[in-house]
Every structure is written in C-alpha cells, then in structure tokens.
Design a binder for this molecule. Sequence first.
Ligand SMILES: Cc1ncc(COP(=O)(O)O)c(C=O)c1O
Length: 428
Amino acid sequence: MSSKSFDILKTIKHLTKSTDDAFYCICNLSDIYEKYKMWTSVFPDIKPYYAVKCNDDLTALKLLASLGIGFDCASKLEIKKILSLNVDPNKIIYANPNKFIADLQYAVNEEVSLMTFDNECELYKIQKIYPRARLVLRIKSEAIRANYPMGNKFGCDPIEEAPQLLKLAKALNLNVIGISFHVGSGCQEPAAYGRAIANARKVYDYAQTLGYNLSILDIGGGYPGATGTSIVEIADIVKRALNAYFKDVDIQVIAEPGTFFVQSAYTLACNIYALKTLTRKEIDGTKVPHRMYFINDGIFGSFNCVMSYQEEVYPITLDEYPHSKQVSSSIWGPTCDGLDRVVKEISLPEMAIGDWFVFENMGAYTIPLITSFNGFSKPKIYYVIDQNIRSSVKNSDLSIINVCGIEIINEGDTSALRGFLKLYHSII
Ligand SMILES: Cc1ncc(COP(=O)(O)O)c(C=O)c1O
C-alpha cells in the first residue's frame, strides 16, 4: 500500500470515530495539485481545459481555477459554475457538439465564444444565434480500445464529412479556428493519439484550401488518472505526432483532460449497515457460506460506473482481521433495486455491521452521477492536505481540522484554498 493511501486510511479511521456521518469521501487536494505539476512537466506547451463533467465538486474546481487552467464545459450550468469562480470566459471551451438553444444564448451573453461542432444543423443553429463564435470542428478518430468510447455519438469523419462541414461553414461565413478529437475515455491504445493528430492534419490542410488558417488543435481527453498510472507514453506519442504533422505551422495545442486530474484524489469510505449470511450450493453439491454486505452507497450513487460501464471496483477493509477466515462475499448498495450490487464476488474476512470498506480512485464520473433514487443522500466530502506542508499551514488563515498529521479543510472554504495554494507555491 502506498504511503498516500496509508495516510488517507488513517484520516478515514479518525473520521469514522469522531463524526456521525454515515459515509465519507476524502478529497486529497494535494493529489490534484500533483497532477497539475505532472501535466505541466509532461506537456509544458499543451494547455489543459479540465472537463467539468468528470467531477464538478466546487472545491476541486476552485483549486483548478486558482492554478489558471482552462475548462471544458458541456452546458449552461457548467459554464455558470466556472464563471462564478471568476474564470475568464476565454478560458472556457463549450465542448458539446450539440448545444441547447437556450444554453447557446447564454454563451452569447457571457461571451463564451470557443465551441465545438460536428454536424450541419449545429452550424445553422450557431449562425443564427452566435455568428461570431470561434468554432472547433470535432472529428472522429478513436482508440481501438477505450473504457468509454465516444465515436458512436460524436465527431465527424475526417475524410468524408469534415470537408463538407467546412465548406458549409465557409458558405455561412462562420469563423472556424480549430480541430478537436477525443480518442475515448480510459483510452487503452496510446497510439490512437498519433493517428488522430495525423487525421487532424488532413483536415487542417483541407481547411486551408478554403482560406481557413486554423490556430487551435484540441487533443481531447482520455488520459488515465488512477494512482500508479502514467501519461508519459501518451505524451511521447503526442509529441512525436505533433512534430511529424504540425511542426511547420503555428498552432496552439490544448487538451480536455477530466479523469487525469481527479480520479486518484477521491477516496470513498462506506459503512456496513446490514448483512446476510447464506448457504450456497456449488455445482458438485457442496454447501459453502456466502455473506452479503449492504453498504450505504451503491450503483445509483457513487458507483454508477459499475452499472453504466460494467466497471469493477475493489474494496479495501479499513480494519485488519488477522484472525478471521476468508469467506465468499458480495457487496450491495442501499436501494431496493435488485441490480444495486457494487461487488459481485470477492473473498473477504468475516466483517460486522459498523465495519468499513474503502474504495480508492473514486474521483472520476462518480459525484456528478449520484442520483437521489430511493431517497439516499450524497457522501459528505472532506478535503485534506498532505502532512509535508503542515507546519506552514498553521500560520495561514486556514480553517482546518487536524487529523493524525493531516490537515482537513472545512468544506467550501475559499480562503483555505487560497492559503493552500500560496503556501504550496512557496514550498515548491
Ligand atoms: C468532450 C469531452 N472532453 C473531455 C472529456 C473528458 O474525458 P476524460 O475524462 O477521459 O479525460 C469528455 C468525457 O466525456 C468529453 O466528452
């Protein structure tokens, strides 16, 4: 176990003793900051526009905004949230190729002018509502393997459709300034980025024949964000492809990472509030015990990915059970829906009501997907900062709880974030 997760487990242990809340999510702000540093060291010339849809937790957004990065927004509400943090509208890309008319009107009013399109209807819509918009053509160029492919819904074919769309944009006197792609979330084929950049160059060249001098290449999302993963291989491929296909032109490269920034920062702690022990009959007729654990978060909550994308999640037991035998077990969510199963089959020690499971890497596509189905609430989020800045934290205006050497910031405390950043910058 990494020292990071050890510290987080200590924090959770403390919280489970000292508060009445049923379940928690710990957000390690230092982890997000480390990701930012990682991005800027690996991609110094590629400006990230964080994809808000991935996790719209306000405190994380505040931290990212304070770091000066841009944002990829999909709707009026996301744009509104980002603008409320005093982010310059020019740092937003409205990266939804199909926009509601009312949302587009809002973008006009707020001067969020950079936006994507991938079809004719959208061009007519934009011409009517926002003819001055700065348009980015989203092409389809996907990874062979991705956890969440997107090409069935978004992007135009770079060879067949892109030229037609560019011609129409020209005829409508629209301002196309860039090309974007998304190889798929959880990209399992780094080479896909190289292919997509090569495709983008073909579109760039065609656009030039129409008189468009494109100035933005948006290389989308898809970068891994779980603890222990790396973006170095992708970065090497991206750099090589940019060198091969875009070296001769003056183009600003941007990206829309979501998962990368937040996945590893969030750790969820769930409590066992009910359990059942069954006897199961194996194929050979032998009878084996099976325990069903019921926890207070499920697939209609933070574990939505288990239902929507058949993802597997791996629980850690908060306590150790050295004297317990391992038993075949399953873990279930709290709703009355029979589908609400978080883990299908796992060998676990015999645990009791009141014991805790911890799930790491819960920051991407979890919080925004939580529903109120069956009347269950969201986990309370606690924000933590690593121990190495503890002594300096004491002197700042942070409102904090000190837990085992980890400082926990009060939720929603902006001054805390400002203090944290000031401090972090002075240390690094
Ligand atoms: C347009 C767009 N950009 C960026 C992202 C973020 O992708 P990821 O979380 O894989 O980085 C998404 C995810 O759905 C997306 O739709």
